[in-house]
Design a protein around this ligand. Structure first.
Ligand code: PEP
Length: 253
């Protein structure tokens, strides 16, 4: 049985006091929901304050990125150990904004995935096609390539710590959501690939989140699909009201 996960990617929003206020609002609304795993990914600058604010709640902490090296002269970067030291359990890797704006390749993403696993973090590995790739019928190939390369060198037993997020780029921050059928089709393709790369047991227990303009209005329908195990939420995770509504939409009745 896969536990639904609702993760909020705050991107480059929220200073420290805004981040703490958002967490306080979330704790009130969904702080002890055991049926759903609730995760927030604040910017690094607010991480410690959010970690303290989350204490005593069931909400978990994620980073939005890391650099794969252990330490060294890498100005501006944050190592896997440093991320873990902030109290994070998860780290979002391979987000399309990292791939597109910061030039991260599948190989870069894979190094990050490996280094995160090595320090005990759980990667949320993002995959997804652009609009032109979808229009050219390349969705399954692009996603398959990102998945295989992103997971290179990840052992069967390590897959218990991996979460996949399918995020079609054309649906991120655009207000355009994939239909539940479009999303579920890619999710079941990903699950089939996981049984090819690993086995059916790994495929059956790996959570695959959907991301791309998830809102309270569409969350329930998306998460009602057989292969959608939760949501990675950008814009709608920035207020406690809308994020909590999405969490409630994902809560099994
Ligand atoms: C995201 O950035 O991961 C995302 C899905 O954003 P939004 O929900 O705003 O489309």
């Amino acid at each position: 049985m896969r536990k639904i996960m609702i993760a909020g990617n705050w991107k480059m929003y929220k200073n420290v006091s805004e981040a703490v206020a958002l967490v306080e609002g979330l704790k009130e609304r969904v702080g002890d929901t055991g049926a759903v795993e609730v995760v927030v990914a604040p910017p690094f600058t607010a991480m410690t304050a959010v970690h303290h604010a989350l204490k005593g709640s069931g909400i978990r902490l994620s980073a939005q990125n890391l650099y794969h090296e252990t330490e060294g002269a890498y100005t501006g970067e944050v190592s896997p150990e440093m991320v873990r030291d902030t109290g994070c359990r998860y780290v979002i890797l391979g987000h399309s904004e990292r791939r597109r704006i910061f030039g991260e390749s599948n190989e870069t993403v894979n190094r990050k995935v490996r280094s995160a696993l090595d320090v005990g973090l759980s990667p949320i590995l993002c995959v997804g096609e652009s609009l032109s790739e979808r229009e050219e019928g390349k969705t399954m190939d692009v996603v398959g390539d990102q998945l295989r390369k992103g997971l290179a060198g990840v052992a069967d037993q390590e897959m218990a710590r991996i979460v996949i997020a399918y995020e079609p780029i054309w649906a991120i921050g655009t207000g355009k959501t994939a239909t539940p059928e479009q999303a579920n089709e890619v999710h079941s393709h990903i699950r089939n690939l996981l049984s090819e790369i690993y086995d059916t047991e790994v495929a059956a227990r790996t959570r695959i989140l959907y991301g791309g303009s998830v809102k309270p209005a569409n969350a329930r329908e998306l998460m009602g699909c057989s292969d959608i195990d939760g949501a990675l939420v950008g814009g709608a995770s920035l207020t406690a009201e809308s994020f909590a509504e999405i969490v409630l939409a994902g809560t099994p009745s």
